[in-house]
Write a protein that binds this ligand. Structure first.
Ligand SMILES: [Zn+2]
Length: 465
């Protein structure tokens, strides 16, 4: 009788356990433990948090206890003692320019472009060059926790291919510019290329194909109008440099009787799919225009400082809640693709220029590198925060390095003391692309070897005029 009782209790316990287990939903991955910095609408910070991921999406966010009660995972990443953040969003790059890193420094934009960059590009840019530089840039970005970047260059189809293969998210556009370049002779050629490019990549899980007219000073009004019509027809985003230097403001004003932002608004070029890089020079009225038209802005503090272009009125933009993100610009004018440095620089640059230490705080800088950056790329419904329903783009950051010890405020520790080398694991679209600092989709040694081979080639190309 006693035996029977024990058996009965044991069977009941088993049934109970099975019922509980059956109620648990199985997901592909749970990131569990650590401090979760969600960047959701209420900026929730969750201690001992967890994220449940199924395929490419975040399905639930909560405490580890809550998530582990509801979900069973095929794979778990333990983030105890670490900080779990949304993947960083780099809103402006020219990724293959990593191969020109340090080629010529300490010059202003016009001299730098016309004496070094344009000639170096004319002699070296090929599809193979672009692939090698893109792989280098992708590896560098993943290592620093960047999961989405917005790019404008040549052979952008090869960039999209490399980006997709590496498992990185990209808003990518082929440069349209008035002079002949390596892969297109004319703006018309580049527009035809862009149409094929957008149609090829438009349904891709990682690539958001865009159009990328270089700048208002390198294209005619007629070309800009044609590009705008094409983008409308394709429903594509448009990436353009705007008001980067005082020279541009002077030239555009002289030619068109309006400042760059005013001019582009006047010809109906802007809309809620535009991503404007730099916007260093914008009046209050122009900031209102950008806001009203829903234009995203990419602020590149280090590049603007290095080329002595000026300081964009970012605090004024933030006051008006503009979608303004942070970007590194190409590695030739930075000279890296490190978003941690951009956050730190943005927060400090605006303090020194306004003599007001409160003008842009650490939390705002972190927001610009995540959810506000996602807004700048018009992708806030997909990325930029750790929330159920969004794509699983996540970085896990070590929080016990010397430069982070001790820490008091999470945003301040992230922006002012965390380094790219503190990023430990990176997940993009639900896939782990770096695990414990080991790249899983790219071969670092091959990348460095290729890049160094190009260095020799580039030096030789510039010495033979
Ligand atoms: Zn640029």
């Amino acid at each position: 009788m006693e035996k029977l009782k024990i058996l009965l209790v044991a069977s009941l316990a088993l049934i109970f356990q099975q019922t509980i287990f059956a109620q648990k939903k199985t997901v592909d991955l749970i990131v569990s433990g650590g401090t979760l910095v969600t960047m959701d609408g209420s900026k929730r910070l969750i201690e001992n948090g967890a994220v449940a991921i199924a395929k490419d999406k975040i399905v639930a966010v909560g405490t580890s206890a809550e998530i582990n009660r509801q979900f069973a995972a095929r794979q778990t990443i333990n983030a105890n003692g670490k900080v779990v953040i949304p993947g960083l969003v780099n809103t402006h790059t020219h990724i293959p320019m990593t191969l020109f890193r340090g080629i010529s420094d300490d010059l202003d934009l016009q001299e730098w472009l016309t004496k070094y960059i344009f000639p170096a590009e004319a002699k070296n840019v090929s599809e193979a060059f672009v692939r090698a530089g893109t792989q280098l840039g992708l590896a560098e970005m993943i290592r620093g926790g960047t999961t989405t970047y917005c790019d404008m260059y040549y052979f952008e189809d090869a960039i999209a291919d490399e980006t997709f293969k590496a498992g990185v998210r990209g808003v990518l556009g082929e440069t349209i510019i008035r002079f002949p370049v390596a892969d297109n002779e004319t703006p018309e050629d580049a527009m035809r290329y862009s149409e094929r490019f957008v149609n090829k990549w438009k349904n891709n899980a990682l690539i958001v194909p865009a159009l990328a007219p270089h700048a208002p000073y390198t294209l005619t009004t007629e070309h800009l109008n044609q590009i705008k019509s094409l983008a409308d027809r394709l429903n594509a985003a448009v990436i353009i440099h705007v008001a980067e230097t005082q020279t541009e403001v002077n030239d555009i004003t002289k030619q068109y009787g309006a400042r760059p932002v005013e001019y582009l608004a006047k010809i109906n070029f802007f809309n809620s799919r535009t991503i404007a890089a730099h916007v260093v020079f914008a009046t209050d009225a122009e900031i209102d225009l950008l806001k009203r038209l829903g234009v995203g802005v990419a602020h590149n503090p280090q590049s603007n400082m290095k080329l002595a272009s000026g300081v964009a009125p970012v605090p004024q933009m933030l006051k008006k809640d503009l979608p303004v993100g942070l970007g590194t610009d190409g590695a030739a004018s930075n000279n890296d693709l490190n978003m941690w440095e951009e956050m730190d620089t943005a927060a400090k640059l605006h303090k020194v220029i306004s003599s007001d230490p409160k003008v842009l705080n650490a939390e705002q800088a972190f927001e610009m590198a995540t959810i506000r950056g996602a807004r700048a790329l018009h992708l806030e419904n997909l990325i930029g925060s750790i929330e159920a329903g969004k794509r699983a783009d996540i970085a896990i950051v070590d929080f016990d390095s010397l430069n982070q010890t001790p820490f008091y405020n999470i945003y301040s520790a992230l922006v002012y003391s965390t380094k790219a080398s503190d990023v430990r694991t990176v997940i993009i679209n639900g896939k782990t692309v770096m695990r414990d600092r080991r790249l899983l989709t790219l071969d670092e040694n091959v990348i460095k070897k290729n890049a160094n081979a190009y260095r020799t080639k580039i030096i030789n190309s510039l010495s033979t005029k």
